[in-house]
Ligand binder design. Structure first.
Ligand SMILES: [Zn+2]
Length: 234
């Protein structure tokens, strides 16, 4: 299997399949040394199911006091990402001629796409990889598995949008992406990604230039005020 197809399968697995999660645990002995304990292993559902659990928390069955059944507040981020994934997966499945009815879950659509990916052109494979990874990343952030990204203060060098460049704290590939156009920058770039070093240079150059522009604007404003004050005094 090519790298791209492996990546596609990995991202699809994260989104669709349950996995084992090992939570590290420690104890302190009498000398106050930290000792590792056997990790606490739990099975966690796939990311899409986790989003669903957050998006449709249902109703707490216990009739609690005067309020009766208590509705759990809706997590709008989870609702919106779940809708984007469901729609996106269904659209691509339709494009690729996967014949599934409307009751088909996004997981089934994604598994269908993974099954066909090997027969599609490479640019379509990149596109699918980008889409699945982007969903998995966003889902990991919303479900709390991943530290939220930090916004980079510079326009995207690919699409020029502002406020869309995000840098990720974890050591993963890519380290930064544009949520506008989907461009990614990585330590070890794949075919469709740029180098994180080039992006860093772009951000630094932009910030330097923006700094100069702001300084120039301040100088001009001060000069302008002095000129006006000078006129008033005259
Ligand atoms: Zn962009």
């Amino acid at each position: 299997m090519s790298d791209t197809l492996t990546d596609i399968a990995d991202a699809a697995e994260q989104l669709c399949d349950p996995r084992q999660h090992a939570e590290p645990r420690w104890e302190w002995d009498t000398n106050r040394n930290k000792k590792p304990l056997k990790p606490h292993v739990t099975t966690v559902p796939g990311l899409i199911q986790q989003l669903r659990d957050q998006a449709e928390p249902g109703v707490d069955g216990e009739a609690g006091g005067a309020g009766g059944a208590r509705a759990v507040p809706v997590a709008i981020d989870a609702v919106s990402l779940l809708a984007a994934i469901s729609l996106g997966a269904a659209m691509r499945a339709k494009q690729w001629g996967i014949n599934l009815d409307e009751r088909t879950t996004p997981e089934e659509h994604i598994r269908g796409l993974v099954g066909l990916a090997g027969r599609r052109a490479s640019d379509e494979q990149y596109e699918l990889r980008r889409e699945l990874r982007s969903w998995a990343w966003q889902a990991e952030i919303i479900t709390g598995w991943r530290t939220p990204p930090r916004e980079l203060v510079a326009p995207c060098p690919q699409c020029g949008a502002r406020g869309t460049l995000l840098a990720y704290a974890a050591e993963d590939n890519p380290r930064a992406r544009c949520v506008g156009c989907g461009a990614g920058w990585a330590e070890v770039p794949h075919q469709d990604e740029g180098s994180i070093r080039i992006l860093a240079e772009h951000v630094i150059a932009y910030q330097k230039q923006a700094g100069t522009t702001m300084a120039a604007a301040r100088t001009a404003a001060v000069a302008d005020r002095r000129r006006r004050e000078g006129k008033d005094a005259a």
